[in-house]
Design a protein around this ligand. Structure first.
Ligand code: ATP
Length: 660
């Protein structure tokens, strides 16, 4: 077996390989500019080669590999071979076999899946330990001899302090996670995972895997990652680039739908109505209610002559087109085309030939009639009319669908003068998107990954469904962490709304973030939440939990932060939203730098984030602040990687009381 010195020598071969690849890529850029047959392919080829060269030169220098597989005689395909596994493929010398295999390649799978019970042909699995880019050691498991042990390298990686943004987990993906990462492109999966079970990590690695396995298809169609807020996106934004994938769109649903600026807020009752699935039918009625029954013939001037099509035929055209369920804008053009066609038939019957210019002219002539019968529509105008409330005598699209109280909640108290001067809320963006999609089909993606999906409303689910209609979804969430008024209580119902009723629901229960003592506290609270999800088991036996009752909240938090500075890693103070300002000020006044590794954040923004040391200030206030305050507290308590301090002046919520 190779010794540490041999492996260090191998590192040098890898570095030489990378240099060769970079030189080759740069060279190809120059050659590529001259070889392609036409300008279009020259440009495409040039762009591809340039991006490869750029990718290689900009890739952060990290360890070239993290694992090695030595296959024994039991392997049909790889007997006697050894492979180093890394974040990216590194080519060998003179077209020889690669020196490093990409972690996503089929052969790498055994690194994650082989076990003493099922060695999958692997004789030895080796994990490497690194300090920066220096190889410091390795651990071997002789799987063929039944050896498989606790890995110190694995434990150290999972327990390492969190500094900076989230890192990739390619070196330590667990078998149940690997199953999800490598699920096929045509499969929609829904991962119900307790806090810290790696849902986000799995989603991001699945994006990288799918891009590797289906590069061509997905480069064309695109991959979209949707997260709950900017802080979360900032935290995860480095993972995919570190895996060599820079072309994945990562955003929030609000930003994706932001066709107009958000300058208004809704109260909860209004937002609840706007996010209700029935709004889809209300909007449909509002839009299609604009279509009028043709009551008069259309007369289209053509020189001194006027072509006519009569009401009966026009009604048939409009009714047939409506039945075809086309997008509204396409329907309008279809009606125009059918009227033009009727006129063309008349013209030909009179011996006149219809050329393209004549057909275009007739089409333009139909416009004034079309504007009456099937007027063009802008989402803002339709929503403006709906939110302004029904005009006297006109039918109300909400009638029979919403109750009077709901209709009242939907209607603007002080309607703006026009659609242009209207102020839109975040919920309005979702309604505008629904309307826009009824008018014209939106762009879809090949694969969409939605994180914190339990918080999506039915209308938001529809917005995601439209974007993944011809692709698949990775739905990540935890019913216990649902905090919106419309949060999901069951996955099959949400999958239905997401347009993927056959999506597979899989539960992850091993937590890699939160230490056992903290998990135990969180699990007591979980038992009191009205959701049916399995409790977490922590992978980590380390960690510390303190529950401290103090006389003054600010002073207590300052004290806890001072003590936290004694440890390595990030510190997060999570407070009720109303307390954030006062606590931040108290920390400033005590000279504690609220930048760098210390952050103070309102409970409403802590979803998906993690800190080495977490201080949760006044749980009772967090619970009281909102309807799903207990769920919010559950999120706050599960952000800690190593230590959690719960600081309180008031009694703890009864669901936690026995913890004090
Ligand atoms: N196999 C693994 N090896 C090493 N670290 C892991 C592994 N799986 C997850 N982690 C780490 O555990 C932490 C939690 O992972 P992640 O944020 O993906 O969990 P989550 O299920 O999305 O949590 P939450 O529901 O609380 O947002 C992260 O720091 C992640 O890197």
């Amino acid at each position: 077996m190779a010794t540490l010195d041999d492996e260090r020598e191998y590192v040098e071969r890898c570095k030489a390989g990378l240099r060769r690849m970079l030189d080759g890529a740069r060279n190809n850029v120059i050659v590529g500019e001259t070889v392609a047959g036409d300008r279009y392919s020259a440009e495409r080829l040039g762009r591809h080669l340039k991006s490869l060269a750029k990718e290689l030169s900009e890739e952060p220098e990290g360890p070239p590999f993290f694992g090695r597989l030595d296959f024994g005689p039991g392997s049909a395909e790889h007997a006697g071979r050894a492979y180093h596994i890394g974040r990216r493929h590194i080519t060998g010398e003179h077209g020889g076999p690669p020196v490093v295999i990409d972690w996503r390649a089929p052969v790498s799978r055994a690194f994650y899946r082989a076990s003493a019970r099922d060695p999958q042909g692997v004789d030895v699995r080796r994990r490497f330990g690194w300090s920066g880019t220096t190889l410091t050691g390795f651990e071997d498991e002789r799987l063929s001899r039944g050896e498989e042990g606790e890995s110190k390298i694995l434990a150290a990686e999972i327990e390492r302090p969190r500094v900076g943004p989230m890192r990739d987990i390619v070196a330590t993906i667990q078998p149940e996670q690997d199953d999800l990462v490598r699920a096929g492109l045509d499969t929609t999966i829904c991962v119900q995972g307790a806090p810290g079970t790696g849902k986000t990590a799995v989603g991001l690695h699945r994006a990288a895997y799918l891009l590797y396995a289906h590069r061509q298809r997905l480069e064309r169609a695109g991959v979209l990652v949707l997260g709950p807020n900017r802080a979360f996106l900032g935290y995860i934004s480095a993972v995919l680039p570190a895996l060599g994938e820079v072309d994945v769109e990562q955003t929030t649903l609000e930003r994706l739908l932001a066709t107009v600026p958000v300058t208004a807020t809704d109260d909860e009752a209004t937002a609840v109505v706007k996010h209700d699935a029935r709004m889809a039918r209300v909007l449909h009625k509002a839009l299609y209610g604009r279509i009028a029954k043709p009551a008069e013939p259309v007369a289209v001037p053509d020189g001194s002559y006027r072509w006519r099509v009569y009401e009966d035929e026009l009604r048939r055209v409009v009714d047939d087109t409506r039945r075809e369920s086309l997008p509204y804008g396409v329907g309008r053009e279809r009606v125009r085309a059918r009227v033009v066609e009727a006129i063309r038939r008349q013209a030909e019957a009179r011996g006149q030939t219809a050329n393209a210019a004549w057909l275009r002219k007739i089409g333009r002539g139909v416009t004034p009639w079309l504007d009456q019968v099937w007027p063009s529509a802008k989402p803002e105008e339709v929503l403006y009319e709906l939110l302004r409330g029904p005009s006297p005598g006109a039918p109300d699209p909400a009638a029979g669908l919403l109750t009077d109280a709901e209709r009242a909640a939907l209607t603007w108290r002080r309607p703006p003068r026009s659609a242009k001067s209207a102020k839109w809320s975040a919920a309005d963006l979702v309604l505008l998107d629904e309307l826009a999609a009824m008018i014209e089909r939106p762009r879809g993606y090949g694969h969409v990954i939605v994180d914190e999906a339990q918080d999506l409303s039915p209308m938001e689910c529809r917005a995601v469904a439209r974007r993944s209609e011809h692709g698949s979804l990775t739905v990540l969430g935890d019913l216990a962490q649902g905090t919106t008024p419309w949060a999901a209580t069951s996955w099959p119902e949400r999958l239905e709304l997401l347009g993927k009723p056959d999506g597979r629901v899989i539960a992850l229960t091993t937590g890699f973030r939160v230490p056992a003592a903290v998990v135990e506290l969180a699990n007591t609270l979980l038992a009191a939440l009205p959701v049916d999800v399995p409790a977490t088991r922590s992978y980590r036996s380390d960690g510390r939990l303190r529950v401290l009752r103090v006389p003054g909240l600010e002073k207590g938090v300052v004290e806890a932060v001072r003590e936290a500075f004694a440890f390595e890693g990030s510190i997060g103070v999570i407070t009720a939203d109303a307390d954030t300002e006062a606590i931040t000020a108290a920390l400033w006044n005590e000279g504690l730098d609220v930048n760098g590794c210390l952050s103070v954040l309102p409970a409403s923004l802590c979803k998906g984030l993690e800190y080495d040391h977490v201080i949760v200030a006044e749980p009772a206030a967090i619970v009281e602040a909102e309807r799903r305050g207990l769920n919010r507290l559950y999120v706050a308590l599960t952000r800690a990687v190593s230590r959690l301090d719960v600081i309180h002046t008031r009694p703890l919520p009864p669901q936690l009381a026995h913890a004090s």
